[in-house]
Design a protein around this ligand. Structure first.
Ligand code: NAD
Ligand code: ZN
Length: 706
């Protein structure tokens, strides 16, 4: 910049700036509006950095509407009502090295005029990779919530946010901290002080509480599996899945995705005072808001750097994705003095971990046949270390995805692993092509059984339609025995393959007719294991109905839908008789799912299989008797008097569902006696024996807390 010539941009520079802006705008749109990015975050960051550098060098090219100065993207769809923010929701400046962190502190020190006694205290927080949201509470009551949008106006997603279990509708009053205050005020106006104190509100009259909505890896995987089963597009990572779920038009869809919430910042607020970020987080916690316990108050930047270092490896243990650490100046007074630059505050910075990506070569593309007959191409890679594991395979989802990314056999590719998920190919390094790469052709016949493949119009997935295809039978049985289905432990993939090969099993029902003599000759089988497997098969005759429905492997019926069906019909027989119309009327069951369920039960082969299951004594536990958790295991409840919110039967069923017992008379073995209106002699008996007594409200609270 000392060279005056350098501030005269050439035509090429102008064009590059224009090009960068267009690329960034497009990426913003794909990322913030469609929740479906085309480029990686690292590539995006590089584009933005290049633009920032050019604008700094050629200030005349810097326009106020440049993406370097704005947050997010303009909302393009008008599904949601506008959600104006009283205090803007900003982005964060990034640092990719500890040197950049130190430079940030130096800048801030100089900005404040470098007073000799200036010391920065910091709060370090994990930077969760989700969707930022703002929650408005008035006098402790949740009013509404919205997304960040362009930083000034977001989208009102209140209905969707209300489906998040950890979002409190009402805040909890924090324990009073007024002692010190009343002492200091005591010698001025002792009488008034008492009045002022007792009137001090428990909550701000108005507050914008900011935080992140996100998904755990487990939930992300579950959602993607469900989407894949339906032949719908899957999400690229947890962040997109969370954003896509929050910005759903149908809150029922949001409700079926278990979103999580953590809060960490504040916008505008009235009728309250916070002195520091640390105090803010403590207060949030006391109010019953979900906060991340993994934070640290640091008295120097070097301590903050240690925190970043520690979490570089520890982040692998987290059940959710983080992409860095946010370091914030603790004192709100200093924060106010530091203020903000165009799109981010000066008092905070995001230290970003390097992306979990690697380069390797595609050696082959193989096609796998799944349970529903879906043909999934999988890339075999030259083994390469990636985030602590050796990766040799990556999923390619479907034919369209291969075409879109134009992945060819022999290509050099960038792969990426998000959390625990199977790695995927981000893009092809086309500059490394030498012309020998082979374009992949989806087979026209099933690679396992040779049946011609079907791909219905408008579907992305090609399928083998043969229900007896050994690959499909294998997957069907693997699914049937899996933990969340019939939970038949001990029977491994290899065993199943041999049993199919020997013609001993053609469908899941055949499992119940296996004998020890048939199992023993299998490879990797011994006396003990065979006995264990048979015992587990026998045990599985009585699994909850939802598990059996899920185990059948009906297309579109994941665990959640299975639970809905079990709840609604209460027995397999009733479900079997349901018409498409009847199914489609159930809340949470869409038309495609209804069709698929009815078609499955109409299939004579499946009917035969169900007959066989019944003959084998498979009798699922119905909803009222089947425990869904063991939260109340070992606890015995006795009810007396009339309950206001449920019948006695319903209350007892609720206890059993949580693994507890319901008894009709009080004894020393009774854990709790729940007392409704006009209780009988059981109450006196309980008092006599000193057994804890619960009101209906307390009982309901106990159910809710489990
Ligand atoms: N791949 C693409 O096409 C594409 C496009 C646009 C943006 N992006 C990615 O998004 C990033 C920019 O997005 P951004 O403007 O949301 O900034 P950012 O994600 O880098 O940082 C700001 C956000 O961090 C989040 N955050 C998480 N934990 C936090 C905490 N404890 N305290 C404060 N904030 C916390 C908040 O949601 C906040 O809005 C880029 O770095 C890029 O990687 C990618
Ligand atoms: Zn086949």
């Amino acid at each position: 910049m000392s060279d005056p010539q350098s501030s005269q941009p050439t035509e090429a520079v102008r064009r590059r700036v224009q090009e960068l802006r267009e690329q960034i705008e497009r990426a913003n749109y794909r990322y913030y509006v469609l929740d479906d990015p085309e480029i990686t975050d690292a590539e995006y960051d590089a584009l933005l950095q290049e633009l920032k550098d050019l604008e700094e060098r050629y200030p005349e090219l810097a326009t106020p509407d440049s993406p370097t100065r704005r947050v997010g993207a303009e909302p393009a769809v008008t599904t949601f009502a506008p959600f104006p923010h009283r205090a803007p929701m900003l982005s964060l400046d990034n640092a990719f090295s500890y040197e950049e962190l130190r430079a940030w502190e130096d800048r801030n020190r100089r900005f404040l005029g470098a007073p000799p006694d200036l010391r920065f205290e910091y709060v370090c927080e994990l930077k969760i990779d989700g969707l930022s949201i703002s929650l408005i509470y008035e006098n402790g009551e949740f009013v509404k919530g919205g997304t960040r949008g362009n930083g000034y106006v977001g989208e009102d997603v209140t209905l969707n946010l209300l489906t998040i279990p950890s979002l409190p509708k009402k805040l909890r009053p924090a324990p009073k901290k007024s002692e010190q205050k009343s002492i200091s005020a005591a010698h001025t106006q002792p009488t008034l002080d008492f009045a002022a104190d007792s009137q001090q509100a428990a909550f701000p009259t108005f507050i914008e509480i900011r935080g992140e909505v996100f998904l755990t890896h487990q939930e992300f995987q579950r959602i993607n599996e469900e989407l894949e089963e339906r032949g719908e597009r899957t999400f690229a990572n947890c962040r997109n899945a969370a954003a896509g779920s929050v910005r759903q038009k149908d809150p029922r869809v949001t409700a079926s995705r278990r979103l999580d919430l953590l809060v960490y910042a504040v916008g505008h607020y009235e009728g309250w005072e916070f002195q520091s970020q640390y105090e803010l987080l403590q207060t949030y916690r006391e109010w019953g808001l979900p906060t991340n316990p993994n934070i640290r108050l640091c008295s120097t930047l070097e301590e903050a750097i240690t925190f970043c270092e520690e979490w570089a490896t520890r982040k692998e243990e987290l059940p959710y994705d983080i992409d860095g650490v946010v370091i914030k100046v603790n004192s709100f007074a200093l924060q106010r003095e530091l203020g903000q630059v165009s799109r981010s505050p000066r008092w905070a910075i995001a230290y970003k971990y390097p992306a979990i990506q690697a380069r390797t070569k595609v050696l082959a593309i193989e096609v796998q046949v799944g349970r529903t007959g879906a043909l999934t191409p999988v890339a075999h890679l030259e083994p390469v270390p990636l985030a602590g594991v050796i990766v040799a395979r990556a999923t390619l989802h479907n034919e369209d995805e291969i075409r879109r990314k134009d992945v060819r056999i022999g290509d050099m590719v960038i792969i990426q692993r998000a959390g625990e998920v199977i790695p995927e190919i981000v893009e092809v390094v086309t500059s490394e092509r030498d012309g020998d790469e082979i374009v992949f052709q989806m087979p026209t016949h099933c690679p396992v059984c040779g049946t011609p493949v079907e791909r219905p119009q408008g579907e992305a997935i090609a399928r083998c339609p043969n229900p007896l295809c050994p690959a499909r039978v294998q997957q069907t049985i693997e699914h049937f025995v899996s933990r969340n289905a019939m939970n038949i432990e001990g029977l491994g993939e290899k065993h199943i393959a041999q049993l199919i090969q020997k013609g001993l099993i053609k469908d899941p029902a055949d499992l119940y007719y296996l004998t020890k003599e048939q199992l023993l000759p299998l490879e990797r089988m011994g006396e003990k294991l065979a006995e264990k497997i048979l015992a587990n098969i026998a045990l599985s005759r009585q699994r909850p109905l939802a598990n059996l429905i899920y185990a059948l492997g009906i297309r579109h019926v994941g665990e959640h839908v299975a639970a809905v069906l079990a709840d609604h019909f209460g027995s397999l027989e009733r479900l079997q008789k349901a018409s498409v119309e009847e199914l489609a009327q159930i809340y949470e069951i869409g038309p495609a799912t209804a069709e698929s369920i009815a078609a499955w039960f109409a299939d004579p082969q499946n009917q035969q299989m169900l007959e066989k299951l019944k003959r084998a004594g498979v009798q699922p536990l119905t909803q009222s008797t089947a425990p869904v958790s063991d939260a109340l295991k070992g606890k015995t409840f006795v009810f007396t008097g009339a309950l206001a919110h449920m019948t006695r039967e319903e209350a007892e069923a609720a206890v059993r569902r949580l693994g507890g017992r319901a008894a009709s008379s009080v004894s020393r073995q009774t854990s709790y006696v729940v007392v409704g209106e006009n209780p009988g002699s059981k109450l006196a008996k309980a008092q006599q024996l000193g057994i804890p007594i619960l009101t209906e409200e307390e009982f309901l609270e106990m159910l809710e807390a489990t």
